[in-house]
Design a protein around this ligand. Sequence first.
Ligand SMILES: [Zn+2]
Length: 69
Amino acid sequence: MDGQLNNNSEVLCCFCGNYLSLKDALVLSIYPNIDSEESQQLFSHKNHFIEKIVKSIPLHPDFFEDDTE
Ligand SMILES: [Zn+2]
């Protein structure tokens, strides 16, 4: 995790453009392609991620642990 962030940090949701607290955010570590050696971290509201993902893809149960936005 980025050393500059702590649990009180505000991060930008990459789907809606609004800020949320890091402790409530979903963390996306993405690699531009399979050979990439460095990942980029993005953040989003859990529900905004779930809405974008095709329903047939099973998601980790932690995605559904609470209903907070
Ligand atoms: Zn959002």
